[in-house]
Write a protein that binds this ligand. Structure first.
Ligand code: GLC
Length: 714
């Protein structure tokens, strides 16, 4: 790319020639119909491009088709090249597990590799920028978009976003951190509902993953649709212009979410499109995605004096700079991008396998006994390739996904596997249950595949009851009544509240939506060819009434004790979740040794190093996952009962051992003080290492934080 000065000069020259209409065109993004991600389409995007009224296009792919549309832009008076955007979240033509599932793999290296593969796949298809990573912290599984997230923890979401950005950039896609901010806090988990979180929750929970994305070099940001405490994010001057641009120093492009500029009228803060355009531009939104506000309202807003043309110029300059960064002025039709990328299915299988979480395995039914002769494979998700890709699956062809039935049969050619769906995923017809029961009665073991349709999570898919839809419980109870051992596989975009199922099933695995290699990955773990290494990135509620329930609640003055009256609890359900953050069983038996620290005092400029021995005392090769948490029991503000601060993975062959390494600096124990400014305070901090947030497996050690270099606030 040319030097910054040459670039700035080139953009100045171009801008000096642009009319206001051409400038507004550069701030307009229209949707092509190659895939649909919003409530309405533009019926004339090609004409609009040819007329110079569009600067970027989304939902367009196919190298030749994209090239043809790019040439329409080059044919305009100034021939400014287009950039293209697409939602490449967990794959493009080859689909990997949904982000919530892949987060369970707890592997930044894997997250980066799948993003890089997806980026090469999408770039070959004409895509310049992905509307990813989604780094919203999600603590309400009623919200369908928890499926697109890395779960409930800001530290984990930050690492996930960093890895994805590195991967997407490595594969040739620009990135977009979304949805800024606190979208995951929608009221009652209801999609697009208002959010109203404290400044402290913003500072401690919802903003950190976006700050991490910025520091990781994310190219663009996308504000959320939502109203945050009375101000829609699309018009939120304090957080977009004030925090993101001025305090954090982001000088890249902000792209509104689909139609959200025009939706400011529905929010009730704009009386017409000119006012909506002025509000969004004042807030710092550069590109209006399908909102119609900029193309129809901005010229009027400038004429009415609601907004200056200088502010328009600022936005146009950022868009032209983005296009230059993407190399589009030098290669406007992307001739340099290879279009022969062939996806790597082995990576898809690895990612799928490592995302599976073994939730329960009572009598050790997993791995399946090698002498099994007859398996009843039942349930509506057993032979449902079209469901395996999950929501936001790009342009992945569901017909080529490996269903659980196909994967299991391929892995166990000698075993008779008899299949019956029994019921539909969400239908009301129970006539298939008797046939399913008959197969169960005639089998050595049942593998029961239950869960959601892929469209029951993702955008516009909040659920008020997060249990099994349709008559799946009726099917499951009938199968349990046979007395046969039952292994349940749950395909879902969220944790499902199923205490009755966990009480009866011999084993339950969370298989999320695993993507194209779903069936093979499930077979790999069920047959013991690979260990189950997934760990929950979200707390699994025992009851919907517990929501929000997550890692690191604040202490109360009356700490939880289910046996004591005047304590923080419910009288009708245990306080503990079904499974804590980080939960997941392995086939391997892991012995974790004593934690060792290299110092007991942590001060500015020092790094505290932690080591933990781990030994695999089994015949299964495994990948051990250990977490580092902290607890600050006495500070100027209340601190969460546990805060995640580290993650270690150890590849351990059968009988092998290794040492997990963690480190802490004072940055890890700095938090928003009473005034919400970063505060480093002296005193005791307890550190914990263990396989999950479940208290029983945690080892503790105390360290002292001392103020080196004086001062309490960084
Ligand atoms: C959708 C989503 C957003 C996506 C955009 C473009 O409405 O909210 O995540 O990137 O529109 O498809």
């Amino acid at each position: 790319m040319p030097g910054i000065e040459a670039l700035a000069e080139r953009i100045d020259t171009l801008m000096a020639e642009m009319t206001l209409a051409e400038k507004v065109g550069q701030l307009t993004m229209l949707a092509a119909p190659s895939t649909v991600t919003g409530p309405y389409l533009s019926d004339d995007y090609r004409e609009e491009i040819a007329a110079g009224r569009v600067g970027s296009v989304l939902n367009l792919y196919g190298p030749e088709k994209v090239r043809e549309v790019r040439k329409l832009a080059l044919g305009t008076r100034l021939g400014i090249p287009l950039f293209t955007g697409l939602d490449v979240l967990h794959g493009h033509r080859t689909v990997f597990p949904i982000p919530l599932g892949e987060a369970a793999a707890m592997s930044p290296d894997l997250w980066r590799r799948t993003a890089e593969a997806a980026a090469r796949d999408a770039a070959a298809d004409g895509c310049d920028l992905t509307f990813a990573p989604m780094v919203d912290v999600a603590r309400d599984p009623r919200w369908g978009r928890i499926a697109e997230s890395a779960g409930e923890d800001p530290w984990l979401a930050s690492r996930f976003g960093e890895a994805k950005i590195a991967g997407f950039h490595g594969g040739g896609l620009a990135t977009c951190a979304k949805h800024f901010v606190a979208y995951g806090a929608v009221s009652a988990g209801r999609e697009y509902a208002e959010t109203d979180v404290s400044e402290r929750a913003l500072a401690e929970v919802y903003l950190p993953p976006f700050k991490a994305a910025l520091e990781a070099g994310v190219v663009t940001f996308m504000p959320a649709f939502t109203d945050l405490a009375g101000l829609p994010m699309t018009a939120h001057v304090a957080l977009l212009r004030g925090l993101l641009r001025e305090r954090w120093g982001f000088d890249g492009v902000i792209i509104s979410d689909y139609g959200s500029t025009g939706e400011l009228l529905e929010h009730g803060i704009a009386g017409d499109l000119a006012e909506a355009a002025a509000l969004a531009l004042e807030a710092g939104v550069d590109v209006d995605m399908m909102g119609g506000a900029y193309i129809k309202g901005l010229p009027i807003a400038v004429e009415r004096g609601l907004v200056s043309e200088a502010l328009v110029d600022e936005a146009v300059r950022r868009v032209l700079t983005l296009k230059a960064r993407l190399g589009l002025f030098d290669d406007p039709t992307r001739e340099s991008v290879a279009s022969n990328w062939q996806p790597d299915l082995s990576l898809a299988r690895e990612a799928a396998r490592r995302s599976i979480v073994l939730l329960t395995n009572g009598p050790g039914l997993v791995p399946l006994a090698p002498d099994l002769r007859r398996i009843a494979l039942l349930g509506p998700l057993a032979d449902a390739p079209e469901q395996m890709l999950g929501p936001w699956a790009g342009i992945g062809d569901p017909r080529t996904a490996v269903a659980i039935r196909a994967g299991l049969q391929a892995a166990l050619p000698e075993v008779t596997i008899e299949h019956a769906a029994g019921v539909e995923i969400s239908g009301g017809d129970d006539s298939g249950i008797p046939a399913a029961v008959a197969l169960a009665e005639n089998a050595d073991l049942v593998v029961l595949c239950l869960g959601e349709e892929r469209g029951m999570s993702g955008e516009a898919a909040s659920r008020a009851s997060i249990d099994l839809p349709g008559l799946q419980r009726e099917l499951a109870e009938a199968i349990f009544a046979t007395g046969k051992p039952v292994v349940v596989l749950l395909s879902s975009g969220r944790p499902l509240v199923l205490p009755w199922l966990f009480d009866q099933a011999a084993a339950v695995l969370a298989t999320w939506f695993l993507g194209h290699e779903a069936g093979n990955a499930v077979a790999d773990v069920l047959t013991g060819r690979a260990d189950t290494v997934g760990r929950l990135p979200v707390t699994w509620p025992r009851s919907a009434g517990q929501i929000p329930i997550h890692l690191g609640p604040r202490p109360t003055g009356r700490p939880t004790d289910d046996r004591t009256h005047y304590t923080s609890r419910w009288i009708d359900t245990p306080s503990a979740p079904q499974f804590p953050f980080g939960w997941g069983l392995s086939l391997a038996r892991l012995r974790v040794g004593q934690m060792r620290v290299d110092r007991h005092v942590l001060s500015s400029g020092t790094t505290l190093r932690i080591e933990v021995d781990a030994a695999n005392e089994s015949e299964f090769a495994t990948e051990a996952t250990l977490f580092l948490f902290i607890r600050d029991p006495l500070a100027s503000v209340t601190r969460p009962l546990l805060e995640l601060r580290g993650l270690a993975k150890l590849e351990l062959p059968a009988g092998g051992s290794g040492v997990a390494h963690f480190s802490l600096t004072t940055e890890d124990v700095t938090f928003p003080g009473v005034d919400l400014r970063p505060s480093l305070e002296p005193g005791l901090v307890r550190i914990f290492v263990g396989p999950s947030a479940g208290q029983e497996g945690l080892q503790a050690a105390d360290i002292q934080v001392e103020l080196g270099g004086g001062g309490t606030s960084a």
